[in-house]
Design a protein around this ligand. Structure first.
Ligand SMILES: Cc1cc2nc3c(=O)[nH]c(=O)nc-3n(C[C@H](O)[C@H](O)[C@H](O)COP(=O)(O)OP(=O)(O)OC[C@H]3O[C@@H](n4cnc5c(N)ncnc54)[C@H](O)[C@@H]3O)c2cc1C
Length: 422
């Protein structure tokens, strides 16, 4: 088997890169071991919510120059990052994913605890505002479902009260969920969303909420609608004479799963081959130090050959890097992982402090080609959460790094193959 590009990982960075390449006529294979961070998404993409020292950031691009030179955004450069950011909204729209944002400035996403968090772009139905006082002075009706385990109206209400938003919490009993309620652990967002996908069921919810409304300006409901199609969220909102806000629940994320499916569909529709539930392993190396082919756990021999490989295996969560008592490693290619040698430096004691190990990742050159024993592997790119140089959890830069690095790598691969063809 031979492809132009083999992408390892089925998360945001791999999908963005794969769609861009496949749409330009490159023959791509994507190998995905399992779930990825989109399944746990907040519903918003972070670009740079705060600096490594914790200072909040409102204008991310202006802050790039203060990041370390090893940061992925510094490797790409501000001008190119801005052009990738401009391209991002139409790109996702072309995959059936409308996004909202405030241009070059961060917006504020309402969280399930009633606080506001900075983000770059948000999925269409996520409550996302240009300032964190957008709801001040309003009255809210917070609605949950009887027996729902992963949404906490009182916590949300407390958080909103601290911001001057008064609210009333109610719970709706939908008989269509009785079967789920019977199981001790079944009342989770995705199971509920599957049932509420049926028109009779979401309409019943809309009617019940409309009857409970008592002059409130806002109705806040858990994000358990629109698993297949977000239009359901709009239809429910049309039934209720107030502003309806869909707030994220505990994972898994209904909107994140929808977005992952839409991206995967876009990749396949463009002609890409998606290998689900398989793990890339055992690369074979050419004498010049490039990757010749890769194997997978299920397919075995012969290996899959390609001109270029994009490794987007995620961070510790995706198993793109692994930790051991004596260090961190890349389980597939054995690329160099940038980390502190001294184990005592891996963690900070405070639970809420930025954790150094979250900033460890695979070292690359300026074009995001992986380093092995300090030398660039010419045809092996590294994308997304796996990259060294940023602590995305602390900075709120996860999706930004995933999307920007993916776009940059796709552009590099296309440029390189154009030059070869000249
Ligand atoms: C739980 C969680 C929630 C997050 N929520 C947000 C959010 O709301 N907003 C935000 O901006 N950022 C968020 N992030 C940050 C996140 O890292 C990025 O947003 C981005 O989605 C990362 O995408 P990725 O493709 O680089 O990695 P991942 O999404 O982690 O995907 C990596 C994929 O590679 C696969 N893989 C690994 N090794 C192999 C192999 N050998 N063969 C085949 N497949 C392999 C994994 O199974 C996984 O599917 C979150 C991160 C986590 C961990």
């Amino acid at each position: 088997m031979r492809f132009d590009t083999v992408l390892i990982g089925g998360g945001l960075s791999s999908l963005v890169c794969g769609i861009l390449l496949q749409r330009e006529g490159k023959k791509c294979l994507m190998i995905s071991a399992g779930q990825n961070a989109l399944h746990f998404s907040s519903g918003a993409f972070g670009l740079l919510g705060c600096m490594p020292d914790g200072t909040p950031v409102d204008a991310p691009f202006e802050a790039f120059s203060a990041l370390a030179p090893s940061h992925p955004y510094r490797k790409i450069g501000r001008t190119l990052c801005e052009s990738y950011a401009d391209a991002a909204v139409p790109f996702f729209a072309s995959c059936g994913i409308p996004l909202q944002g405030f241009g070059r400035r961060n917006g504020f996403r309402l969280t399930a605890s009633g606080s506001f968090k900075r983000a770059w772009l948000a999925f269409q139905d996520v409550p996302f505002f240009s300032s964190d006082d957008a709801l001040d002075g309003k009255r809210a009706l917070i609605v949950t479902l009887d027996g729902f385990l992963d949404f906490y109206p009182e916590m949300l209400s407390d958080g909103l009260r601290r911001r001057g938003v008064e609210s009333r919490c109610v719970s709706v009993h939908l008989s269509c969920l009785d079967a789920l309620r019977g199981g001790p652990g079944e009342m989770r967002s995705v199971g509920i969303a599957r049932i509420l996908n049926r028109e009779t069921n979401w309409k019943q919810f809309g009617r019940e909420v409309r009857a409970l409304l008592d002059g409130e300006d806002l109705v806040i409901v858990p994000e358990v609608f629109g698993l297949e199609d977000r239009i359901v969220n709009e239809w429910i909102a049309e039934m209720i004479p107030a502003q309806v806000l869909y707030v994220g629940t505990m994972p898994p994320s209904v909107s994140g799963i929808r977005v992952q499916r839409l991206l995967k569909n876009a990749f396949i529709q463009a002609g890409g081959t998606f290998l689900m539930g398989d793990t890339a392993c055992d690369p074979e190396w050419a004498p010049d130090g490039t990757v010749r082919c890769i194997h997978t756990a299920n397919l075995g021999a012969p290996g899959i050959e390609a001109d270029s490989f994009v490794y987007a295996g995620g961070h510790l969560f995706g198993r793109g890097i692994e930790s051991h008592p004596d260090g961190f490693s890349d389980p597939v290619f054995g690329l160099d992982v940038v980390c502190d040698a001294d184990r005592a430096s891996w963690v900070e004691r405070g639970f809420f402090q930025a954790q150094p190990y979250m900033g460890y990742g695979i070292g690359t050159d300026e074009r995001f080609r992986g380093l092995k024993d300090g030398r660039t592997v010419e045809n092996l790119y590294v994308a997304g959460a796996q990259l060294a140089g940023c602590n995305s959890l602390q900075e709120g830069s996860g999706a930004g790094v995933a999307v920007m690095s993916a776009m940059h790598i796709a552009a590099d691969i296309l440029k390189r193959t154009e030059n070869v063809g000249e």
